[in-house]
Design a protein around this ligand. Structure first.
Ligand code: MRU
Length: 354
């Protein structure tokens, strides 16, 4: 189910075809991953990125690992176990990756036959990709209903189709407001050092015909101080039990500035991004990436001989979050009680739906 001429993620059952996000916006290059090693490399190097998209890619990777084992006449269960280990080591923060792997594990728990397991995993990949559309659409609808007409939104990183494989979360809300004729304006932060805002979000917005302005991350507080932002909307990589949010580095600065200038700060995230096993955000593992990502993005020779710290994410405490926007509804001023209740209600609903 797609309303886009391009597809960031496609699962054929035999390969995961992804739009290589490291090549954008220069080149629209599709890449077929036919082994779990190729999928793991794509996740690690951020050819595919964004919490939900990573989770879906991991499931496809497991399907490929099992299929390959059967073709080689190897023990598929052993191949499955080592593929999960490989994938788990790619990126530590987005919990969707671990939830995807756990779903796959559950799907083949009672399966003995390797061919059947490969089939089940291939189906799960398809189902997750398909389901992401309705999840994203529900988030977009809830989110857009919170916004005043003509809302001027500031967003960070990339939370669009590239980040979910479907309609997008925070950027899905922007899309939905635009479709409803209620969008005032979009401000896009550059998102140092990997420039997901400058490279990917502007690319998506151009394709959607949504006018926007790009700014350096450091200009966001000044923009808010000038009264030019009605809401900040970001995505998440992991939401802790108490509603603290890990998201792309720079998110915390935006939340602090939004509070200072009394601007609502919304976090849009599907339930696959929630992790009730971590009590608060400080317990979330934060990925630290190669210093080269910073050095190369600044200038030739910059920082040579200096130490570099490159955390990929930060944690925004729940008290700075105006509301969490999920496919099961909105959680205003999140705390442990509300988050636990939402997750419980969502699993009851899922059970009832079969
Ligand atoms: O390092 P990235 O680009 O994978 O980080 C992505 C984000 O921080 C997004 O906000 C988040 O994953 C949500 S994508 C719908």
């Amino acid at each position: 189910m797609t309303d886009m001429p391009w597809r960031p993620l496609r699962w054929t059952g035999e390969a995961l075809i992804l739009l290589d996000q490291t090549a954008l916006p220069r080149e629209e290059r599709y890449r077929g991953c036919r082994t779990v090693e190729e999928v793991a490399e794509a996740i690690r190097t951020m050819r595919v990125r964004g919490a939900p998209a990573i989770g879906i890619a991991a499931v496809a990777g497991l399907a490929l690992a099992v299929r390959e084992a059967i073709e080689r006449g190897d023990d598929w269960q052993r191949a499955f176990a080592s593929a999960t280990q490989l994938l788990e080591q790619t990126r530590p923060t987005a919990v969707d990756l671990f939830h995807g792997i756990e779903r796959a594990r559950q799907r083949v728990r009672t399966v003995n036959d390797g061919r059947q397991a490969a089939l089940e995993l291939a189906r799960l990949g398809e189902e997750l990709l398909e389901r992401q559309w309705s999840i994203d659409r529900a988030i977009a609808e809830y989110g857009a209903s919170l916004l005043p007409a003509g809302a001027r939104i500031l967003t960070h990183c990339n939370t669009g189709a590239l980040g979910t494989g479907a309609y997008g979360t925070a950027l899905g809300i922007v899309r939905r407001a635009h479709e409803d004729g209620r969008l005032g304006y979009v401000w896009v932060t550059e998102t140092r050092p990997r420039l997901q805002g400058a490279r990917l979000t502007t690319w998506e917005l151009r394709r959607l015909g949504i006018t926007h302005t790009l700014l350096v991350d450091g200009a966001a507080a000044w923009l808010m101080a000038r009264g030019e932002v009605d809401a900040v909307i970001v995505g998440a990589d992991r939401v802790a039990r108490n509603g603290d949010v890990a998201n792309k580095i720079g998110t915390l600065s935006l939340a602090v500035a939004a509070e200072r200038f009394r601007i609502p700060f919304y976090v849009a995230a599907p339930l696959s991004t929630f992790d009730l096993t971590v009590s608060d955000g400080m317990a979330i593992p934060i990925e630290e990436r190669d210093p080269a990502e910073i050095l190369h993005s600044v200038c030739e020779g910059c920082g040579e001989g200096s130490r570099v710290w490159n955390p990929a994410f930060d944690v925004t405490p729940n008290e700075l979050v105006t509301a969490l926007i999920t496919e099961y509804g909105v959680v205003p001023t999140p705390d442990e009680r509300k988050v636990v209740a939402l997750v419980a209600a969502s699993s009851e609903e899922r059970h009832a739906a079969g």
